[in-house]
Design a protein around this ligand. Structure first.
Ligand code: ATP
Length: 246
């Protein structure tokens, strides 16, 4: 699309523990309102991309060796994680990382901790409207919810801060197919109704391509291929070699 990307990653190189090169020369763009998918097998480097843009690599002894991450007119490379969230780039990590002993609503409120009372109330209403199941379960302990409900809490918690871009790491991981469909439908709804920009990491390529505008296929820390979801879905080589679909 025309105009400036909201997020632009250029020639990103990331190394873990001073030795393991997890990303080599990764570049991609996300335009406002788009859903962009990062696809690829286990270990391709998808999660590392999300950790790099959200400023949490240091917690795993990872380092940006080269390249730049531009987001909404700022350079993110040396910013703290809190600063990046404050600018509206919010990461929902793989494994969801809820506060397991807190209730659903307490988890949601944590996500909106810097909002005022009215803003918090509006966002809670919004999240409960998007995921009515969470309203029913609002007083329950998050650690006892099903995997799908926990994923809804994780996404809901991220939405509580009113993000501009949501970076989702394998939101369907370990969930039953029907629950995956439900989560993906809600992601599509967020994009359509809220014009929320979404960066989606997925191993389930067909599911991701069904809702994404564009995808980047990664292998061994590199971007091997990019295109519109429609083109990638129709390309027989892509289907067979990269997506494992016959
Ligand atoms: P997955 O679906 O398994 O998360 P991925 O595509 O997200 O796969 P990454 O998790 O980004 O891949 O991993 C990319 C590479 O970096 C892999 O070779 C992985 O072993 C390595 N790696 C990831 N995290 C670390 C870490 N904390 N320390 C050392 N190496 C790591």
């Amino acid at each position: 699309p025309a105009g400036e990307p909201l997020l632009a990653v250029n020639n990103l190189q990331v190394v873990y523990g001073g030795a393991i090169e997890a990303l080599r020369d990764v570049s991609f763009e996300v335009h406002p309102g788009q859903i962009v998918a990062l696809l690829g097998a286990n270990g391709a480097g998808k999660s590392t991309v999300l950790k790099a843009i959200s400023g949490i690599l240091d917690f795993e002894d990872g380092k940006i060796e080269k390249g730049e991450i531009r987001y909404a007119g700022a350079q993110l490379g040396r910013m703290t994680a809190a600063n990046i969230v404050g600018r509206g780039l919010v990461h929902v990590p793989e494994g969801r990382r809820l506060f397991a002993s807190m209730t659903v609503q307490e988890n949601l409120v944590v996500g909106g901790h810097h909002r005022n009372r009215a803003g918090l109330g509006d966002s809670l209403d919004y999240v409960y409207n998007l995921f009515p199941r969470l309203l029913e379960r609002r007083a329950q302990i998050a650690g006892y919810l099903s995997g799908g409900e926990q994923q809804m809490v994780a996404i809901g918690r991220a939405l509580m801060s009113k993000p501009r871009i949501l970076a989702l790491d394998e939101p369907g991981l370990g969930l039953a197919p029907l629950v995956v469909n439900e989560i993906f439908e809600r992601i599509r709804q967020l994009s359509r109704d809220e014009k929320l920009t979404i960066l989606l990491v997925e191993q389930n390529a067909m599911k991701a391509l069904a809702i994404a505008d564009r995808a980047y296929i990664m292998e061994n820390g590199r971007v091997m291929l990019t295109g519109s979801s429609a083109d990638l879905k129709d390309n027989p080589d892509v289907r067979e070699f990269y997506l494992g679909i016959k």
